[in-house]
Design a protein around this ligand. Sequence first.
Ligand code: NAI
Length: 498
Amino acid sequence: MEITENMTETENKEVQTTGPIPITVAYGDGIGPEIMEATLRILDAAGAGLQYDVVDIGEAVYLKGVSSGIPDNAWETIRRNNSFLKAPITTPQGGGYKSLNVTIRKSLNLFANVRPAKTLTPYVESQFPGIDLVIVRENEEDLYAGIEHRQTNEVYQTLKLISRPGTERIVRYAFEYARAYGRKRVTCMTKDNIMKLSDGLFHQVFNEISQEYPEIEADHSIIDIGAARLATNPQSFDVVVTLNLYGDILSDITSQVSGSVGLGGSANIGPTVSMFEAVHGSAPDIAGKNIANPSGLLSAATMMLVHLGKGEIATKIANAWLRTLEDGIHTGDIWREGKSSQRVGTREFTDAVIERLGTKPEHLQPAEFSEGKGIAIEVPPIPRAEKHLVGIDIFLDWHTDNRNPDVLGQGLESATTEGVKLKMITNRGVKVYPGGIPETFQTDHWRCRFVATDGGNLSYGDALALQNRLTEAGYEIIKTENLYTFDGERGYSLGQGE
Ligand code: NAI
């Protein structure tokens, strides 16, 4: 049925639900156009029933002076469609260009990055046969907020922001994913032995939410030993949920150890729009030569089909692809003497997959995606705790010749206003006053903790008066952090040695 101007609104809606599903497509840079063409050819041959709305993003747009790499009119298309299939793009060298991926993820609220890693030995080499795991990475928060400051001559800062709603959403997503895909275990990885508040929140939320999924095993690992185990015993993991930076690193480790950096796809899931892409970049060194492996983008497209409720088509494509690899038809990146039967280019590999649509692998485990794996996450409102100001950390740029903390401490004490007292001074987190030890290295960046003299609440007016007084006394304040309790619980860390 064709859409005509005379059709009623109801008839139009019917066309939209029964006709091809529109998705946004970006051909990208480098090998992007070749692997996208290959992927779309396979989707069409499999009868995926999609319509492609193409947007131009990436290098050419950057070089036209759009620092985000994405023009305004592309946003409209991306926001209109449920799914965005994106080929890799090249970020031009030099300053001023913003990461397109980070911009898209954060603008569209793509909170979950899902990266499966699976070995296909003996057909694709890996040191670790039997890997079948998924990294679920929080995609928007953490150090990727990009809030950085140089505060003194010597010290630079990046803010790590972790929110309870953001954490609840990603942890719940990991458990819902495990449930939907029949996975048995979810492992949380944090560094909460050091970052007790931010990573501590992530671990605590994980413990709370895991109670709602009694059929799924839940455990926690400190990120350093967890990463070491992922690198040496990846077969023992199932689903791993973690914060943004750790997830970024872990997912590259797992892609590498599974031997499939060129084969991996990833999904960036949001509440309305989701983006699907290969794990690898635009590979400019092999662009335009018909040698790139289109498998990474094809895997991403398979994830997209499952997301769109087209599990049957996803299964058909994944099985044809597995059969092609099993038949030894390999692009140069995975071709091995004695193991592969035919070394092919991008187009020939694509033809081979299309020829095998409708077949299954004979030795590898066939893929089986059921319909409707779309996962909707609801985060209940977070109750507001009773919050009280109990002190203030005032950070100073102080750089006398001998940097004696006792001189600073005594100077601050004599400048302190009524009702407020200096509790301690730390340098890079270590207490240096009162009672510091001479071996502690000192930079020009000092955190000076003030609390109410009576140990109770502090008024913000008193905190401001203190800052005015310190400024008048010649101290340079570079920033402040209020110290709060929430329902009586301390909302700040103690200094080392406090
Ligand atoms: P890369 O992943 O593009 O390439 C690394 C190596 O793997 C190269 O030797 C390349 O030839 C090979 N390779 C990658 N994909 C392949 C495939 N499908 N088939 C066969 N061989 C393949 O990483 P690189 O060189 O660090 O980055 C190149 C550009 O890609 C940079 O501008 C970078 O910013 C961008 N990039 C874009 C990403 C995205 O759009 N999602 C992700 C990562 C990098």
